[in-house]
Design a protein around this ligand. Structure first.
Ligand code: SAH
Length: 366
């Protein structure tokens, strides 16, 4: 198996190059390229050609390898399917927005949560991702951004940090981050320390693991917390999110409000608008009737929250349906009337199956 140089400590990397009969300074040169996210050794132009070739044969740069990439038709969203050392596959998504460049990071290969509307969990949980595997997802995106700039603006790929690099991280890819809390914290500490991504530009999304939310609160960084709520009553939520059998809505929201109060951050509530088809094939509202909107408002009233309404991205294996634009707006209007901040999430990259594990799933099924 090829050695992954990004995973080596600096002394180990020095040992590796000296074992190859090379001078020690090669380790410093290689490290700089690794930290920039070099996908392979061919790009390391300050190494001799034959050495680059030799390295490509015996080693790998990052702990993630790009298997496929897909670009949305507006070129604002790029989705990467990445392969890990043990051949597990994960996804990460780069979103170029007006406020910056955001990367949606996966925290696990697969997912154990079993949410009934989601594609990521269909094949179950394979394993937690390491700190390096999460960090490398950012580097893949960063490399891509710098490569684009080098193409269009003749900027050297070693561009400076405030010039169109990754500025935002959302831990909203495959997996439940609070089942892998210590690695997620390790990853975010590094992103903040090494890439200078500010806490306020980092969001962790959870289905509601109360112990993990408390851990984040103890860690005490002013990141954004997002709760995937998706239903306003325990009865309905338990039908679509098995985690609700362990942590009830009230407990989850209490932990989340405590976090947002302590860190002085607005809490984000994610709410997918789900429909179901009746026997005539008509779409009926599943979790987004007027009554649901009023119940949701009651849960949140008086707190510093923003409800992100999410159109459901179709997953063929799943028995839900998207609701009409009118129904989305009706639901939103009720929240607004009740004094709840709300926003409809712009769909990004729906044309490239960017939602929640779809690419990985398609690949696995061949
Ligand atoms: N496990 C974490 C983070 C990953 S999921 C969590 O549950 O928050 C990120 C978000 O995408 C969650 O709000 C999840 O419910 C939502 N999601 C999953 N499948 C979706 C789909 N098909 N369409 C739209 N959103 C989806």
């Amino acid at each position: 198996m090829k050695k992954i140089l990004f995973n080596l400590t600096q002394p180990e990397l020095e040992q590796f190059v000296t074992d190859m009969g090379l001078p020690r300074f090669r380790a410093t040169q290689i490290r700089e390229w690794l930290n920039r996210g070099a996908p392979d050794f061919s790009v390391m132009k300050n190494l001799p050609e034959d050495l680059r070739q030799k390295l490509n044969e015996s080693a790998q740069t990052l702990p993630v390898k790009i298997v496929t990439r897909l670009d949305s038709s507006d070129n604002q969203t790029t989705k990467f399917l990445l392969e890990l050392e043990d051949a597990q596959q994960i996804e990460c998504v780069l979103m170029r927005t007006t406020y910056g460049n955001s990367v949606c990071v996966s925290s696990q290969a697969g997912c154990a949560m079993g949410c009934k509307f989601c594609a990521s969990t269909l094949l179950g949980l394979k394993r937690n991702l390491t700190v390096n595997e999460m960090f490398a997802q950012i580097l893949v995106a960063q490399w891509e951004l710098r490569r684009n700039r080098a193409d269009t603006e003749h900027v050297h790929p070693n561009g400076d940090a405030n010039n169109g690099d990754v500025s935002h991280i959302v831990v909203m890819g495959t997996g439940e981050p609070l089942q892998n809390t210590s690695n997620v914290i390790g990853f975010l500490n590094r992103a903040n320390d090494e890439l200078h991504i500010s806490w306020r530009r980092i969001t962790v999304s959870t289905c509601g693991i109360v112990s993990g939310i408390e851990e984040l609160n103890t860690w005490g960084r002013p990141i954004n917390l997002a709760i995937s709520l998706h239903a306003p009553t325990d009865e309905l939520r338990s039908q679509i999110m098995p985690i609700n059998n362990k942590y009830k809505i009230n407990e989850v929201l209490k932990a989340a409000f405590d976090f947002s109060d302590a860190q002085n951050r607005q809490l984000m509530i994610e709410y997918i608008l789900l429909g179901k088809r009746d026997e005539n094939g008509d779409v009926v509202l599943y979790n987004c009737s007027n009554e649901h909107a009023n119940k949701l408002s009651e849960l949140l009233r008086g707190h510093n929250v923003m409800v992100n309404l999410i159109p459901w991205n179709t997953v063929d294996e799943r028995d839900f349906a998207s609701i009409s634009g009118n129904a989305v707006h009706r639901f939103q209007d009720i929240l607004i009337k009740n004094g709840i901040h709300t926003r409809i999430r712009r769909e990004r990259g729906a044309d490239i199956g960017s939602a929640c594990g779809q690419l990985r799933l398609k690949h696995k099924k061949g």
